[in-house]
Design a protein around this ligand. Structure first.
Ligand code: T46
Length: 133
């Protein structure tokens, strides 16, 4: 499996508009224990700059768009999150950085565990050491 793994979220559209469904164990390949979202990001701002030791996540821009860089220590790819029914998986030990947030961007993230600062690897050199082990 490559570093870029998209999740197509089912979309129900009719004359009223659209509804997107996110279900643990169905569209999402893990149980969700936490949801958070990032919005109001100022122009020129970049976020992330870390990997998670065990946390699994999926991110989708439900409004606007942003770019995410995924890096597993061997391969580094930039992709755009620009569709409300297209989420990207952020697996364990994948360094990620987000930038190019549009003014209306709302980045919604599903995580399989609660917030735990000790799960973050925030130093890139340390990250490379761990993935090369
Ligand atoms: C990630 C990317 C995609 C909490 O208190 N609880 C939480 O659940 C989260 C996510 C954050 N926080 C606190 C920790 C910091 O004091 O909120 C503050 C901002 O978090 P951070 O600087 O880590 O934000 P980003 O945008 O760099 O990273 C976030 C997530 O933290 C991270 O897990 O994968 O979005």
């Amino acid at each position: 499996m490559g570093i870029v793994n998209w999740i197509d979220l089912p979309i129900r559209a009719d004359e009223r508009g659209s509804l997107v469904v996110v279900e643990s164990g169905k569209s999402l390949p893990f149980e969700v224990r936490r949801v958070y979202y990032i919005f109001g990001t100022q122009s020129g701002v970049s976020r992330g700059f870390h990997a998670h030791k065990v946390l699994r996540q999926a991110a989708v821009c439900v409004s606007g768009r942003c770019r995410i860089k995924l890096d597993d220590g061997k391969e580094s790819v930039h992709v755009w999150l620009d569709s409300p029914n297209k989420a990207i998986k952020i697996d364990q030990m994948v360094w990620h950085e987000m930038d190019e947030f549009s003014p209306e961007c709302v980045l919604l993230v599903f995580a399989d565990d609660h917030y735990e600062e000790t799960d973050y690897v925030r130093n890139y050199e340390k990250f490379l050491e761990i993935v090369e082990e």
